[in-house]
Design a protein around this ligand. Structure first.
Ligand code: BES
Ligand code: MN
Ligand code: ZN
Length: 501
């Protein structure tokens, strides 16, 4: 889709605009948005509203063709909710509905003349981002491996968003930024949706290399030998049962000043999680191809920030391998030594994410990070706690970490990719005690997402750190099965805010 910004003044009016479709808003209180009023000179729109053909409820739509006094071929009415005080949620529902209709129209272009500068608490840039993201989401397909492709995406190819003259520069900048984010989200979805026989650790490494080449990023890929030399005994214990070679990917986007401490992202990259010897049940196991969505979100975020030339130093680290059962796999009861020197008794080989992340979290100490954020499909318990709406956010609770948590929560809110803060603390930490090693890799029953975060916390004491558990938000199950691209919008908003952009 090709996006642009359009403004109207006294000379050029919306009545005279030549386009396949003009989109205007109506409200449940039977009022018309300003643009709808302008098109209503002959009363066709108010008549439609009065007749009950459109309710004005958020996302309700009605297509009118060739109304008198208006040059455009079609008018699409969309409900914006109760009244002129449009909420973020109602506007977003309206935009998603519009995108669905436009995708199935015979028109090639459309003009979106919604009151996008009157959304409570939001500005024109937010509106533009909302439109670009929704259009990209609507156009996303995961049929690359089907022999017959889905050709249902035709319709509108060019979409102009109407803004006031004073907002047009901000609007244009927002298009570029939103397209970069949408491209990042699409990459994250693609990687997540690929089958685990294609999206292997080697495939993720190749994807990272390609990103580095296309966007001039720094890259280093460590193989098993180098990980052995670094004494990553915890990470390597997870890959023992697999014939796929493990990879440790380091990506660098150095857009800030050379001496500025980097922001580090660490993504869990288990390309398939069988559970290992602590084998998972068969039902739904295919979804464990999504256990690399943390890694995919790091790659997608790099795609986005590289395209927008973010003025910030960001380092991405991805430990990636498969978790398979075999004669050489780690057994429950095995004790391994992490890169930090701390020993771990592996009571459950299915709690493998923390085992690969802890060595990555030790590795990143060398960058003297400003902050480290890890992203992982870490626990089923997080899905029990928060469902599919919020990612779980865990940090320590001193002043620096409260500030980091609040920045991440705000980035989630502004991007519509929300997180919710969860506790840590000594009482939960004690659940990891073992008689035989420094810690066990699973806690005593209860608070599973928290004890997992507590495990990671023990490896992050040298810097400011946050953990995002995306087990419930990274993909959808059921008929709409597919990766969501989350938390790329949250991470990108967080990094933009840190860069002051
Ligand atoms: N990748 C899973 C977490 C997961 C499970 C995410 C289901 C989304 C849906 C992780 O490696 C895992 O298996 N965790 C175990 C931990 C347990 C053994 C302590 C879990 O959540 O059951
Ligand atoms: Mn597991
Ligand atoms: Zn896992």
């Amino acid at each position: 889709m090709d996006f642009s910004i359009k403004t109207f003044d006294a000379k050029t009016t919306i009545i005279a605009v030549k386009t396949g479709c003009i989109v205007v808003g109506v409200y449940e209180n039977k009022k018309l948005s300003p643009a709808a009023q302008q098109l209503d000179a002959k009363g066709a729109i108010s008549a439609a509203l009065k007749s009950g053909d459109i309710s004005g409820k958020p996302g309700s739509t009605l297509l009118l063709r060739k109304i008198e006094g208006v040059v455009a071929d079609r008018i699409l009415l969309v409900g914006l909710g109760k009244n002129e005080e449009i909420t973020e949620k109602d506007f977003s529902s309206a935009v998603h509905a519009v995108v669905r209709v436009l995708a199935n129209l015979g028109a090639a272009d459309a003009v979106l003349a919604l009151p996008g500068e009157s959304i409570v608490g939001r500005d024109a840039a937010w509106t533009v981002r909302c439109v670009v993201m929704a259009a990209n989401e609507g156009a996303y397909r995961s049929d690359g491996l089907k022999s017959q492709k889905d050709d249902s995406v035709h319709g509108v190819k060019k979409l102009a968003v109407v803004l006031s003259a004073s907002a047009q520069d901000a609007g244009r900048a927002a298009i570029a930024q939103a397209e970069a984010i949408a491209n990042g989200v699409a990459l994250t979805k693609d990687l997540g949706n690929l089958p685990p026989n294609i999206c292997t650790p080697t495939y993720l490494a190749t994807t990272a290399k390609k990103l580095a080449r296309d966007f001039k990023l720094g890259i280093e890929i460590l193989d098993r030998k180098q990980m052995e030399a670094l004494k990553m005994g915890s990470f390597l214990s997870v890959t023992n049962g697999s014939v796929e070679p493990p990879k440790f990917i380091v990506l660098k986007h150095m857009g800030g000043k050379a001496k500025d401490a980097p922001t580090v992202l660490v993504g869990k990259g288990i390309t398939f999680d069988t559970g290992g010897i602590s084998l998972k049940p068969g039902a739904g196991m295919d979804e464990m191809k999504y256990d690399m969505c943390g890694a995919a979100s790091v790659l997608g975020t790099f795609r986005a920030i590289a395209e927008m030339k973010l003025k910030l130093n960001v380092i991405g680290v991805i430990p990636t391998c498969e978790n398979m059962p075999s004669g050489s796999a780690t057994r429950p009861g095995d004790i391994v030594t992490s890169m930090s020197g701390q020993t771990i008794v592996v009571l459950n080989t299915d709690a493998e994410g923390r085992l690969i992340l802890c060595d990555a979290l030790t590795y990143v100490e060398r960058f003297k990070p400003a902050v480290v954020v890890d992203i992982a499909t870490l626990t089923g318990a997080c899905v029990v706690a928060l469902g599919n709406h919020n990612s779980g956010l865990f940090t320590r609770d001193d002043a620096a970490h409260d500030a980091l948590a609040n920045d991440l929560l705000a980035a989630g809110k502004s991007s519509g990719d929300t997180a919710w803060r969860m506790p840590l603390g000594e009482a939960y930490n004690d659940q990891l005690k073992s008689n035989f090693a420094d810690m066990a890799n699973i806690g005593t029953p209860g608070g599973g997402s928290i004890t997992a975060a507590c495990f990671l916390e023990r490896y992050t004491r040298k810097y400011t750190w946050a953990h995002l558990d995306i087990a419930g938000t990274a993909w959808k199950s059921g008929a709409a099965k597919g990766a969501t691209g989350r938390p790329v919008p949250l991470l990108t908003a967080f990094l933009l805010q840190r860069a002051g952009q």
